[in-house]
Ligand binder design. Structure first.
Ligand code: SUG
Length: 449
């Protein structure tokens, strides 16, 4: 019974824009106010997902959320017709309007934490949607993410979709971006590594050792997730505060693991040597191949600038042993001599990795989201894959339909002032209404009644 890692990529929504909403995310801060291209962003994301499907990986998609989030703006006291809500929010609280328009759900690595059956006490696949409560614009995602995951992973015999943890600082949860699974192979019990930036009991950012940027993931959230999923073999690691201050707001910006391979920067964790030792012990008889990148080889600044560690490290189905993995890296790595040398080192030193592929997801990168941010990894048996609901698997036909759908509905450009355009609300609803038909998800958006 083959067990595969399936990637669910978030389809970039029609309001993708640069509003500079994420403190500590240097790309988001730097590109605030720039003109975005929702169409290009969505096509880049679909092309990346398709490339993985072409490699033989099972690739799925998740729908965008409804934005602008008019219901949320109403909850803040803006009233009248939808157009009035937008106009008054634009003049009284433009930052709230920007939050209501973010297409941030594209970064599906933050959608949920996922523990596959071989790791859990009851043998089911457990998913916990993230509360994303650190950022206002991202905190809006949890409710819809929960609804969509419950629709796709509806079969309770195979799947358990929990609710998000309570949205409070000591339980800040950013999903799989701070979670890595290592295992001899996907289908057997593995080790789940949970990373956090806010140690248990930390009352404020200053308790977390950072100087410049606030940490996100809370240790108490990580421990609660491991507990509720029934994870039998878990390791917990604190992010290095220096990394967070250098712009590593999520651990997947500084490490990536797959099966028995871990690519990691020496400043990823507060004591990286100890964490690697713990992982080796937890892996038991299976040797863990670690490619450790030093600060001299690639500084934290260049790791954040190129997103080397936000590559996807994937196993080609059916391939065994040598060369069975591919590192899918952002094109920015290819353009940077130091980062490229690190990718080449992975190829040279790691027998399991047979190729590096470069992909262009620049629109997403400008908001701090690389190839690995755009996807949620879900390890599933073939009977679990057969139990999925909807038509989310990206084959050639779905890729073609989704590309045509983007071409029809998405704007070529979006400026910050366009977010107040009432036409955007109707455009987005028309697009999403059609999308639920294409993906056979039924009426999942509140506007669909
Ligand atoms: O949460 N950017 C996202 C990027 C998330 C990347 N995800 C992973 N590393 N897994 C964030 O900071 C920027 C939105 C804006 O600035 O408009 C934003 O939300």
């Amino acid at each position: 019974m083959p067990t595969l890692e399936v990637n669910f990529d978030g389809i970039v929504g029609p309001t993708h824009n640069y509003a500079g909403l994420s403190p500590g995310n240097l790309a988001s801060e730097k590109n605030a106010g720039a003109v975005s291209s929702p169409k290009r962003a969505a096509l880049q994301g679909l092309a990346k997902a398709r490339r993985l499907a072409e490699m033989g990986l099972e690739q799925h998609v998740l729908p965008p959320q409804e934005r602008p989030d008019i219901a949320w703006l109403r909850s803040l006291g803006f009233s009248g017709k939808d157009a009035d809500v937008l106009t008054s929010a634009a003049s009284e609280a433009p930052d709230a309007l920007a939050a209501a328009c973010s297409a941030s759900a594209m970064w599906a690595a933050n959608a949920a934490t996922v523990s596959p059956g071989p790791d859990t006490a009851d043998g089911r696949l457990h998913l916990s949607p993230a509360n994303l409560a650190f950022n206002r614009h991202r905190a809006l995602e949890g409710a819809f993410t929960t609804a969509v995951l419950r629709r796709i992973f509806a079969d309770g015999a195979h799947f358990a979709v929990h609710g998000p943890l309570t949205a409070t600082p000591r339980l800040f949860d950013e999903g799989a971006a701070n979670h890595t699974r290592l295992a001899p192979s996907h289908g057997v019990p593995g080790v789940e590594l949970f990373c956090f930036g806010r140690p248990a009991g930390a009352g404020c950012d200053l308790d977390c050792g950072v100087k410049t940027h606030p940490p996100r993931q809370a240790e108490e959230a990580s421990r609660a997730l491991a507990r509720r999923h029934g994870v039998r073999n878990a390791v917990f690691a604190r992010q290095h505060p220096r990394a967070i201050d250098a712009g590593v707001f999520h651990n997947d910006v500084i490490s990536v693991g797959n099966e028995d391979v871990l690519l990691v920067h020496e400043l990823a964790y507060d004591d990286t040597g100890r964490v690697i030792d713990e992982l080796r012990v937890a892996m038991g008889e299976t040797p863990l191949h670690v490619v450790l990148i030093s600060e001299d080889e690639l500084s934290l600044a260049d790791a954040v600038g190129t997103y080397l560690f936000n590559s996807q490290l994937v196993t080609l189905p059916g391939a065994g042993g040598k060369g069975r993995m591919v590192l899918v890296a952002p094109i920015e790595v290819e353009e940077h001599a130091g980062a490229r040398a690190c990718a080449d080192r992975v190829l040279a030193e790691c027998d399991a990795v047979g190729a590096v592929e470069y992909v262009d997801v620049r629109e997403s990168m400008r908001n701090g989201g690389g190839p690995a941010c755009l996807r949620l990894r879900v390890v599933m048996t073939d009977s679990q894959r057969a139990a999925l609901s909807g038509r989310t698997r990206l084959d050639d036909a779905l890729h073609e339909e989704l590309t045509a759908w983007v071409e029809r509905h998405y704007r070529d450009e979006l400026r910050p002032e366009d977010l107040a355009d009432p036409a955007l609300v109707d455009e987005c609803r028309a697009a999403l209404d059609e999308l639920t038909g294409i993906l056979r998800l039924g009426a999942v958006y509140p506007f669909q009644g």
